[in-house]
Design a protein around this ligand. Structure first.
Ligand code: COA
Length: 257
């Protein structure tokens, strides 16, 4: 398909008709058993979100056509936040919560989601955030493989408390070293099989088992279609010290020891 110059823009209420149009197109293209991949939002939901000051939306345009959109929250200190069942030890002031990313079916597989993830992270860092979290359906590998590629890791595997969907909770600490196994014995691979929908029940149980035992899902290996897991922790004293120093620099004033 011929594309014009692609541009990334912060979206506002004036973009609502385009936002609704893209959402409808994406939902119409999801299979019946994929509808839980995204939360369908009404015009009122978008209006509320875009006017509350904490929710941000960015869009990618091909000329004047909206072809991808992504939403994220900067929760304020002391507020109730989404995904409160996850990362409770991290203060709202440090957190960015990644929400739905939608890419027009005609523009998939060209790296747009990666672009949006990088853009969201840059915005979050500029706002003084140190940690990103998100929740993704287990049977949506397009979404969580992308998140893994962006450096997020799987930390918790559970049922969503509201609709009981099987979900992954993912996290990225912007100032941490990547949790990539560097020596034999530090990590292992878990094949996801060729037909993810068929594999989900077993995969969910295996992932849940390892996440509950302190393993992080940190990467995806295309060669054998597997998730790479590594044992959390194990950070040396020097690395931990470095993290504190970097955090001091990033946050300007707060000391976290
Ligand atoms: C998930 C979604 C946003 C991905 O957008 P995208 O722009 O096509 O993704 P990108 O081109 O940036 O990423 C491509 C990578 O994603 C992964 N990927 C994309 N589609 C995939 C699929 N169907 N199965 C497995 N992996 C897939 C691959 O790792 C690919 O990397 P590769 O090129 O190295 O193989 C898009 O498929 C979408 O809008 N889906 C419907 C809505 C949705 O589920 N949103 C996510 C919920 S928050």
């Amino acid at each position: 398909m011929q594309t014009k110059q692609l541009t990334v823009t912060e979206l506002n209420i004036e973009h609502l008709p385009l936002v609704m149009g893209l959402q409808s197109k994406i939902i119409a293209n999801l299979d019946k058993d994929e509808k839980h991949f995204i939360l369908e939002r009404s015009v009122e939901d978008f209006m509320r979100a875009l006017s509350n000051g904490n929710t941000h939306m960015i869009g990618v345009f091909d000329g004047d056509k909206l072809i991808a959109q992504s939403m994220f929250d900067f929760p304020q200190a002391g507020q109730n936040r989404d995904l409160s069942e996850f990362a409770g030890e991290t203060g709202n002031e440090d957190l960015v919560i990644y929400k739905a990313t939608l890419v027009d079916v005609d523009y998939r597989g060209r790296g747009l989601m990666q672009k949006l993830l990088a853009y969201r992270e840059a915005k979050a860092r500029a706002a003084g955030k140190t940690t990103a979290i998100s929740q993704i359906a287990v049977d949506n590998p397009a979404s969580w493989i992308n998140a893994l590629k962006n450096g997020m890791s799987i930390r918790k595997v559970d049922h969503d408390p509201e609709d009981q969907a099987k979900v992954l909770y993912m996290r990225k600490d912007f100032y941490d070293l990547p949790h990539i196994p560097t020596a034999a014995g530090e990590g292992f691979s878990m094949r996801i099989g060729q037909d993810i929908k068929k594999e989900i029940p077993a995969l969910f149980n295996k992932m849940r088992y390892f996440a509950a035992r302190g393993y992080y899902g940190v990467g995806f290996d295309r060669r054998d279609n597997s998730i790479v897991w590594t044992k959390a922790g194990g950070r040396t004293e020097n690395e931990a010290l470095n993290r504190r120093i970097v955090l001091l620099g990033a946050r300007g004033k707060t000391i976290r020891i």
